[in-house]
Design a protein around this ligand. Structure first.
Ligand code: ASP
Length: 297
């Protein structure tokens, strides 16, 4: 039975009330545009994998979020990005970690999935793979930042604006992906949850999810796989979202993470224990994307 194509994108769990209103507005616009771009692909017969790559690339290129052109710097002042994705139908996955200088890490992750026998390429190997496949370097992303936070800021202080997406297409195939500059002031070489299947993203025959927040915690609890597998057992990503929130309450402090999920019934979940986690959900038949998760002002 065919499914109704739907996509959900997020702009990071964190504290958006301290962001200036023009930045919040730019984020709202970029989220809506990304959801629209992703859904449009699926309406034309494209796959959920193509949809999430398009949606995430749009957010990476917008410079509004902590991913792609908007990535934060590590403690040396350089940008090192993580991104990954998974195809819920084939269970294939591809990712890049600590990648430097490339505007759309999610597109490199897609090629890792399609063209290599590996799941994750990191650092110089990932960069060389990207360059040999026609990607060019962005001098802005390679340049050293002057103002660098040399301490890891707490979740409520930092710009939590990693991006992620989860989608289901008309063949009922799901996909999910994530892309980030990581944590501001992180140690050079640090890898978070975003390029790790099961942690930063996960997808199977029923549901797909993408996480955001403190990568170290998301990695250890395998948040994306947890919500997807529970959704598969319960038959609803909404229900598994609720139970994940209860579970993490007993394990995590507040202000640590968020996750979006979608299932083949077109249900979605957007849960977070941070102040906010802006998201946009768009399903075929809706007039415009539903935007939520911004702080009430
Ligand atoms: N999860 C990302 C990381 O730890 C950061 C974020 O979601 O804001 O790299």
């Amino acid at each position: 039975m065919p499914c109704v194509p739907a996509i959900i994108v997020h702009g990071g769990a964190g504290k958006w009330s301290s962001a200036p209103s023009d930045r919040r507005e730019a984020a709202r616009r970029a989220l809506m545009e990304s959801a629209e771009a992703g859904l449009q692909i699926m309406e034309k017969g494209g796959t959920s994998v193509e949809a999430i790559v398009e949606a995430i690339s749009h957010m990476e290129s917008s410079g509004v979020f902590n991913s792609g052109r908007g990535s934060v710097a590590n403690s040396d002042g350089f940008v090192e990005m993580d991104a990954g994705l998974m195809d819920g139908e084939t269970l294939d996955s591809g990712a890049v970690a600590s990648l430097r200088g490339i505007e759309n890490p999610i597109r490199v992750a897609l090629l890792v999935m399609k063209k290599t026998p590996h799941v994750i390429l990191s650092g110089e190997g990932a960069r060389r793979f990207a360059l040999s496949n026609g990607f060019s370097e962005d001098p802005f992303l390679l340049s050293k930042r002057d103002q660098v936070s040399h301490r890891l800021v707490s979740r409520s202080e930092w710009r939590g604006d990693t991006v992620g997406a989860a989608a289901v297409d008309q063949l009922c195939h799901t996909a999910a992906g994530a892309s980030t500059g990581g944590i501001s002031g992180k140690m050079p070489g640090r890898i978070g949850d975003s390029p790790v299947p099961g942690a930063g993203f996960y997808a199977n025959h029923f549901a797909a999810a993408a996480a955001t927040g403190i990568g170290e915690l998301i990695l250890i609890l395998g948040i994306s796989r947890k919500i997807v597998e529970e959704a598969t057992l319960l038959g609803s990503v909404k229900l598994s979202g609720k139970s994940l929130l209860e579970y993490t309450r007993s394990k995590f402090k507040d202000d640590t993470f968020g996750v979006i999920g979608i299932d083949i019934r077109g249900e979605y979940a957007a849960i977070y224990n941070t102040e906010s986690m802006p998201y946009a959900y768009f399903k075929k038949g809706m007039e415009s994307p539903l935007v939520g998760g911004f702080p009430a002002l």
